[in-house]
Unconditional design. Structure first.
Length: 405
């Protein structure tokens, strides 16, 4: 009954016609669902490495506009390659039984792939009445989520997918409690495969050279989440007091928070600029509010210190591996359980710094400006060795997909 009202929702109004199937989705042999930006990058790895025996159509779907931007790049990039795979994209339909039943019939896939924490009861029930197979790849399941799902255990046993590959043995055990032991295996995380060391080691023509002052410290505050914004303000204030010449690049995790930060910058009376309106070098001490998507890696390559958000509030953290590929040891807050799959060995190898609170994080960032943990080349080589030893998850997932295909 609420679905007609969702077209007035700020986020769900985008792609609404596709979400309710007013624009019928294309037929596909493989349907890959990637909830948002992070999962869309995983979908990209699968598309690159899938090698089906026969020509296949892949439909990539997502729930968010950020995810759609990435899927559009995947489709555009893949169209330039000679391959027996064709790629289509769409917004994920609303998970209502009738809508999902129609979606599965219209797409008529042989295999449906859900990435990470995607458990959609409407889709799972629709698939049970169809001939296609459903797989959960790179599966991740929090204990809190498992506790909620187990309120109705018989439902999930009935809706169980054909196979689950979880990103760690701990996650696999949680899935076994929900769906049964025989369906679940473990794999190395596909996110490790995203790192192409030769490409990420340096960006020779970094576009940020046009806007950042030469030889002035540059701090990146990446993937900042709404719940930690008050603490981020404190860190910014601390940096401006103790390292007044530092330029700060502020990257909100979600673009709809840009307006909030614009308002706060004006209230705080700090020097700031929107990235989209910055074409010349900014003065030392400026905060650049990043309102353009897809430039975080360029900022990491240019940075002297990095904080990765989602970690100061109890949010589980965001991906902190990427700064390492540019020789920068990332600083995070105490919450990083979503990335426990990386392993605590990364701390022992001095490739991650964890602050207990905002003040601790501030101290680490300021110290890293003048006294980095190690030379960039040494950090990079150590990170390369750490990550390469953990790659191969994409190939494992592709073998499973081809088996069911």
């Amino acid at each position: 009954m609420a679905i007609p009202l969702l077209k007035f929702n700020h986020r769900l109004s985008i792609g609404y016609a596709q979400r309710v199937l007013r624009h019928p989705p294309q037929k596909a042999d493989i349907w890959i669902q990637a909830a948002s930006a992070g999962e869309s990058y995983l979908a990209s790895e699968l598309v690159k490495r899938l090698q089906p025996k026969y020509p296949a159509k892949i439909l990539l779907t997502t729930n968010t506009s950020q995810g759609m931007e990435i899927l559009e790049k995947i489709k555009k990039g893949h169209s330039l390659k000679k391959s027996n795979i064709s790629v289509g994209i769409a917004y994920f339909p609303f998970d209502v039984p009738l809508i999902m039943k129609n979606a599965v019939c219209q797409i008529n896939p042989k295999v449906i792939i859900l990435l990470e924490t995607e458990i959609w009861p409407g889709l799972l029930s629709a698939v049970k009445a169809h001939t296609c197979k459903i797989l959960i790849i790179n599966g991740r399941l929090k204990q809190e989520s498992l506790n909620r799902y187990r309120i109705w255990p018989s439902l999930w046993k009935r809706l169980a997918p054909e196979r689950i590959l979880a990103m760690s043995e701990k996650n696999a055990n949680r899935y076994r409690k929900l769906f049964g032991k025989n369906l679940v295996g473990s794999m190395t995380n596909i996110k490790f495969d995203r790192f192409k060391f030769e490409e990420l080691r340096a960006i020779r023509k970094n576009p940020l050279t046009k806007i950042l002052p030469d030889k002035k410290p540059f701090i990146v505050m990446g993937s900042v989440r709404q719940e930690e914004e008050p603490l981020i303000e404190k860190i910014i204030n601390e940096i401006q007091v103790r390292q007044s010449d530092a330029v700060i690049g502020l990257f909100p995790r979600h673009m709809h928070r840009i307006k909030h930060w614009q308002k706060r910058m004006k209230q705080l009376s700090v020097p700031w600029r929107l990235k989209s309106k910055t074409e010349t070098p900014v003065p030392p001490g400026t905060i650049i509010l990043w309102d353009t998507f897809g430039e975080l890696q360029s900022a990491y390559a240019f940075s002297n210190a990095v904080f990765v958000g989602g970690s100061l509030a109890h949010l589980g953290g965001q991906n902190f591996l990427e700064p390492l590929m540019y020789g920068i040891v990332p600083v995070i807050g105490p919450s990083w359980e979503n990335f426990a799959w990386v392993g605590r060995e990364i701390i022992k190898k001095n490739l991650l710094q964890i602050g207990s609170d905002w003040k601790d994080v501030s101290d680490m960032l300021i110290k890293n400006l003048t006294d980095p943990p190690a030379p960039r080349t040494k950090i990079f080589e150590s990170a390369l060795q750490y990550i390469k030893a953990r790659q191969g998850g994409t190939e494992q997932a592709c073998r499973l997909i081809n088996h069911f295909l």
